[in-house]
Ligand binder design. Sequence first.
Ligand SMILES: Nc1ncnc2c1ncn2[C@@H]1O[C@H](COP(=O)(O)OP(=O)(O)OP(=O)(O)O)[C@@H](O)[C@H]1O
Length: 238
Amino acid sequence: MRQEATALPLRAEGLRFAAGGVEILHGLDFSLVAGAPTVILGPNGAGKSVLLRVLHGLLEPTGGTLRWSLPAEAAQRRQAMVFQRPVMLRRSVLANALYPLRLAGLPEAEAAARAALDRVGMAALADRPARKLSGGEQQRLALARAWALAPEILFLDEPTAALDPAATRQVEEIIGAIAASGTKVVMTTHHLGQARRLAGDVMLLLGGMLNAQGPAERFFAAPPTAEAAAFLRGDLVW
Ligand SMILES: Nc1ncnc2c1ncn2[C@@H]1O[C@H](COP(=O)(O)OP(=O)(O)OP(=O)(O)O)[C@@H](O)[C@H]1O
């Protein structure tokens, strides 16, 4: 739950991640601040998912520093993450929404879970088996489940990767509402249109390096690097 002290801003300096002797993130310097979503763009294999996992504490950086404005454990408790293919418990939609709330020991968990389902337009599906939902419904449930915790920061890894345009639109609306509620969304996407619709600022990762970053409006209107311009044109960049 949000209180006065905040985990943001986050400052990353020389952030590195290597696995199996291969360097995946090559020393990134950036800040994350509260506000509109930060969208991480980049081609396949650029290191976007790895970066999200490092930021969320699922992978340990192998170099550099990540400085939250709170001690790391407290910062960790203020975050949630939704994966490309969310894991659903073999139980009802409501039970899935309830699970993290009970785990966090929040009071009135059932009312909060039902309210969360309502916010994503899934109240009527509360008793359905979660694993029988469509991909779009599962993604909305995963967002409801994360949003119910009122995280300060929500990491989303390709939240619409496998969805059709209608489901994508619904998920984007939910992401917009989550951001409007005060949660900082940090997400990866391949959809440039989606980035234009949702981003407050953009980070372009190429080959594990931060090629460009800045306010979205400026990034799209006047790409700051030749690679960013090529990426926006749809040319191959790596
Ligand atoms: N735990 C790991 N150990 C070793 N290599 C990894 C690990 N995780 C990712 N990689 C490699 O790091 C590189 C970056 O992967 P990552 O999934 O972050 O890319 P991405 O930008 O998210 O790509 P995509 O858009 O295809 O999802 C890839 O070459 C991948 O194979």
